[in-house]
Design a protein around this ligand. Structure first.
Ligand code: UGB
Length: 624
């Protein structure tokens, strides 16, 4: 039987009889332990965890395993702000609240907040983009990539997935190239100041760390200086087996505590404990930008939203898009407490509906007359100002308000179906901020800013009608749509899309247009690289891989791929007409093709294309 929460507390002394009575099996193994391990044992016993030693045999049996147990305990203790004692204490409180059915938003009334709404390409958007580019040299980027993506059901790490299959560029490469393009553009705008290397941090976990490191190393960091990149690994947290927060013994090894991921909120304590924030602050950096593993569009939104942060002096700026009711993204909500306190915060997708119902909105999470939820959707890209961030983390140690989500066996809520653990989310950072903090958000069009790859084909095909699929299929098609619409904004005649069904999901198929971030990172960049009268037919593919390619009087009906070294200036024009790349459907159950292809449900048959590579400096005219 598991011991009770009060076991061993206060009356514990190392040499006394109390020790023997609370954990006799541990006591008999005491000679194996170092003084530090004895201290850890004390922490566990004081926190009512003597059951962990119940199955321990006499010394001489499994001694190395026993020591390894304490290595694990040391790690669990040191990687959690406040240590294991604090973890267990918080767990007991949260589990009691959960059992009592306490609403975490008790006393708060939700309402729709107001933020900065941007329209792509208009005057203020362009101004914000320019301000953002100026600031980029004072920014550090943090990618949270510790999640395995269970919803996607993909076996690899998500950042290794192709961002689109026209060029085959993976997400990580795309992110790195985007940061490098921002770095270059920012340094160019502030000539006279010394060049900078924008720091790029990746939060990994045991599930993703070695594969992420390998991906970087085997690709020469995709062109970034290795010194610019740093991996911070988050640790898992201990699982809890009951309402008394007894730690769960690993079912496969009685000398291990079962662990599970703690959530993306770990990024704050990791950044704090790494010391990086202070180094950045001292070096004059002003912003930290957080982003997730598979949003192929996010860098289209970053320059303008960073400009918003700088212009509005936001301490925290959350990026948002119009949200469909019940979509699996949190809603940015203004919460007003009975006592007058207010905060603008993400309410997670599974909590928004109950919160609305509990506060008089009997329909819960529904769309309004616009066809969208009135609450902007959180896309978990956060821009945080470093100075106030450090001040706050000095108070909290980077700890983020946690939650627990036990699955109970029955309505008595006395036992769990399986062990649970505390979790935390990075967007909950503002919850501990004082009311004086300047917390805002920036809303952009979905087509421009948000196309995550999260759902497997089967689940994606079942989302409520009209809601986004968030699949590999929709993620890739959204990239073509965004590039097509951006080209339309600068006057290119781009044909309308057709509708096609892949893996049970009906999507718009636009011309497959992609470009490298160094070709254009802002609207003004695109404008400066397009002149004359250009047109692209729906069945076309166009990949621009060089920095100085100008589209001038181009009429494309087929496939065009242009690659050029930085000091080659290429004018791409004339009428290009070939058989192009044909889209073929692939069933996600077809095991004869690779997983990356299966999950998107299509592949390209590269029948014919015009491919031009310029590998020397000079001025060139691409004529078919
Ligand atoms: N992640 C970690 O790095 N470590 C972890 O322990 C867990 C995750 P999911 P989620 O924009 O679409 C979030 O699982 O958590 C990384 C927001 O909470 O993809 O269901 C992981 O690698 C939600 O409000 O998403 O939902 C990935 O990069 C909404 O904004 C990231 O954290 C939603 O994302 C997110 O993990 C969204």
């Amino acid at each position: 039987m598991a011991s009770t929460a009060a076991d061993g507390i206060s009356k514990l002394s190392i040499n006394g009889d109390e020790w023997a009575s609370s954990a006799p099996n541990l006591r008999s193994n005491l000679s194996l332990l170092s003084p530090q391990q004895v201290e850890l044992a004390k922490i566990l016993l004081e926190a009512g965890q003597s059951h962990l030693f119940q199955q321990w045999p006499q010394p001489g049996v499994d001694d190395n395993e026993k020591r390894a147990f304490f290595d694990q305990v040391a790690k669990l203790n040191s990687s959690y702000p406040g240590g294991l004692a604090s973890y267990i204490k918080t767990a007991r409180e949260l589990l009691a609240d959960s059992k009592a059915g306490k609403n975490p938003y008790d006393g708060f009334t939700p309402s729709v907040p107001s933020g900065e709404n941007l329209t792509y390409g208009d005057e203020s958007f362009v101004k914000f983009e320019e301000a953002g580019i100026r600031e980029a040299r004072k920014a550090a980027f943090v990618l949270v990539a510790g999640g395995l993506g269970e919803r996607l059901g993909y076996n690899g790490i998500k950042v290794a997935l192709p961002h689109e299959t026209t060029t085959g560029t993976c997400f990580l490469q795309h992110y790195i190239e985007s940061v490098l393009a921002l770095q270059e553009a920012s340094c160019k705008l502030s000539q006279g100041e010394s060049p900078v290397d924008i720091p790029f941090i990746i939060m990994t976990s045991d599930d993703t760390h070695s594969r992420t490191a390998e991906l970087l190393e085997s690709n020469a960091y995709f062109g970034m200086k290795p010194t610019q990149v740093k991996l911070l690994k988050q640790e898992k947290v201990a699982c809890l087996e009951d309402n008394d927060a007894h730690l769960a013994v690993d079912p496969h090894n009685k000398y291990r505590i079962q662990t599970k991921p703690h959530g993306h909120g770990d990024v704050h304590s990791l950044l704090y404990s790494s010391g990086l924030l202070k180094v950045w602050h001292a070096a004059g950096l002003r912003w930290v930008l957080f982003f997730q593993d598979t949003n192929g569009l996010l860098f289209k939104a970053i320059p303008a939203s960073l400009g918003v942060s700088a212009t509005k002096q936001y301490n925290v700026n959350s990026l948002a898009v119009p949200r469909k009711a019940k979509e699996a993204i949190g809603g940015i909500t203004k919460l007003t407490h009975k006592d007058g306190r207010t905060m603008v915060i993400n309410v997670e997708y599974n909590q928004l509906d109950p919160l609305l119902r509990a506060s008089g909105h009997s329909d819960g999470d529904v769309n309004c007359e616009t066809g969208y939820s009135p609450f902007p959707g959180n896309i978990n890209q956060l821009i945080i100002e470093i100075g106030p961030y450090i001040e706050e983390l000095q108070k909290t140690g980077g700890a983020i308000k946690e939650f627990v989500n036990p699955k109970y066996k029955d309505a008595t809520k006395t036992a769990f179906k399986s062990s649970t653990r505390l979790e935390c989310m990075m967007q909950d950072y503002p919850k501990t901020l004082p009311p004086s903090a300047n917390v805002g958000f920036t809303v952009m069009d979905v087509w421009l800013a948000y196309a995550p790859v999260k759902n497997n084909p089967e689940d994606a095909s079942k989302v409520p009608e009209g809601n986004p699929y968030h699949s590999a299929t929709s993620g890739e098609m959204a990239i073509y749509k965004a590039h097509s619409l951006i080209l339309r904004k600068v006057g290119v005649k781009v044909d309308d899309p057709i509708h096609q069904v892949f893996n049970g999901q009906e999507v718009e198929v636009w011309p497959r247009v992609v470009w490298k971030p160094k070709w254009a990172i802002t609207f003004s960049d695109v404008k400066s690289k397009v002149s004359g009268s250009n047109s692209i037919s729906q069945r076309s593919t166009m990949a621009l891989k060089g920095r100085n390619i100008i589209l001038e009087d181009l009429s494309l009906d087929g496939a065009l791929v242009v690659d050029a070294v930085d000091n080659a200036k290429v004018k791409a024009g004339g009428s290009i007409d070939n058989k192009g790349w044909v889209i073929e459907t692939v069933d996600y159950k077809d095991s004869s093709v690779g997983e990356e292809v299966r999950i998107r449900g299509f592949r390209f048959n590269k029948v014919e294309q015009l491919e031009k590579i310029y590998d020397e400096a000079g001025e060139f005219c691409l004529n078919p």
